[in-house]
Design a protein around this ligand. Structure first.
Ligand SMILES: NC(=O)c1ccc[n+]([C@@H]2O[C@H](COP(=O)([O-])OP(=O)(O)OC[C@H]3O[C@@H](n4cnc5c(N)ncnc54)[C@H](OP(=O)(O)O)[C@@H]3O)[C@@H](O)[C@H]2O)c1
Length: 300
């Protein structure tokens, strides 16, 4: 091993994980990845949440664990079975990792779990800090609370724990961006409902740098919002994308239509989260893309 501690990233094959691993490699870290499909790829190890199994070689010399695993929130309609999968893939994945770390006495220094700004629920224009508590009757609030509570497991008592409450991740390829761009291919931007709901966006590279800070900075502990300092309304976000693309027409998609088509899952696009980045900034984090126009210029 080189001078850098080894990192294990569960769910590291997705949007955030792939970029995070690239950035960690650039810094000289060695990264192991837990995935359901290792397919013989180097440093990829198998795990299975249902059968509660992990290839324990994944833990070899690991000092920091990051869990990014989770079934897509907005990939499929929220049936009872889908909701269970959304919760289980987050809660049971953390619990499985923690139980195996305890059983195999893996001497880790930190454990970082993804979480989401969905933990705050629909809060209109109110600024949301990490102290805000949403109403657990909201499915995403309930999911995120259960997800984060797994880190209270006694096996992690003496380990530094960080929870990153991720906002809307803007990336060149994948995530929400291709969906936001769909209507622009037809010549116009579409916003949802009245478009006044706040979207706490973040450039993927800034988010990955927050995860790296969570590994490297021993002072980080507890929950941090993983969002840029300037959240925009849905309408302003679409307007900003339109400006980059030279397309100014915008058409609303009525909330009634969204609710009819998406059911309860429409809350993902209609809920408002005006989330503060103050805590991570106070911890010394410097955003490379603090304003939307610089992020969109880089990504589009
Ligand atoms: N992207 C965003 O805008 C955003 C916003 C808020 C929160 N987050 C959270 O941040 C984390 C990472 O986001 P992402 O965008 O990188 O997600 P992603 O691209 O969907 O990747 C998540 C990873 O989780 C694993 N996974 C999916 N379903 C699973 C299941 N049923 N059991 C075990 N593992 C499963 C997959 O790995 P394998 O297929 O290799 O097993 C996948 O690569 C997620 O927990 C997500 O909820 C993301």
């Amino acid at each position: 091993m080189n001078g850098h501690p080894k990192i294990l990233i569960a769910g590291g094959t997705g949007l955030v994980g792939s970029r995070l691993i690239q950035m960690l490699h650039q810094k000289g870290y060695v990264v192991n990845i837990l995935t359901r499909s290792p397919k013989g790829r180097e440093n990829h190890f198998a795990w299975d949440i249902k059968s509660k199994t992990i290839n324990v070689k994944a833990f070899d010399q690991v000092k920091h664990v990051i869990n990014l695993a989770g079934a897509g929130i907005a990939d499929k309609l929220w049936t009872k079975a889908r909701k269970k999968l959304i919760i289980d893939s987050r809660v049971q994945s953390n619990l499985l990792l923690i139980e195996k770390i305890e059983r195999h006495k893996v001497p880790i220094s930190s454990y970082t779990s993804a979480s989401a700004v969905g933990i705050y629920g629909d809060q209109g224009d109110q600024w949301l800090t990490e102290n805000h508590v949403g109403n657990p009757e909201d499915f995403m609030v309930d999911t995120c609370i259960k997800w984060e509570n797994t880190l209270n497991h006694p096996a992690l008592n003496s380990i530094r724990k960080v929870r990153i409450r991720i906002g809307l991740v803007l990336a060149k390829h994948g995530g929400v961006m291709p969906k936001l761009l769909t209507s622009f291919h037809a010549g116009f931007g579409s916003y949802f409902g009245n478009g006044k709901q706040y979207y706490p966006w973040i450039h993927i590279d800034d988010l990955c740098r927050i995860f790296i800070k969570a590994i490297e900075d021993d002072s980080l502990q507890g929950a941090y919002n993983g969002v840029a300092p300037n959240p925009h309304t849905n309408k302003d976000l679409i307007k900003g994308i339109g400006e980059q693309l030279g397309k100014k027409w915008m058409v609303p998609v009525p909330s009634l239509a969204l609710k009819a088509g998406m059911g309860e899952m429409s809350s993902v696009v209609l809920n408002s989260h005006r989330v503060s980045a103050d805590k991570i900034i106070s911890a010394g984090f410097d955003f490379q893309f603090a304003d939307l126009s610089s992020a969109l210029k880089d990504l589009l």
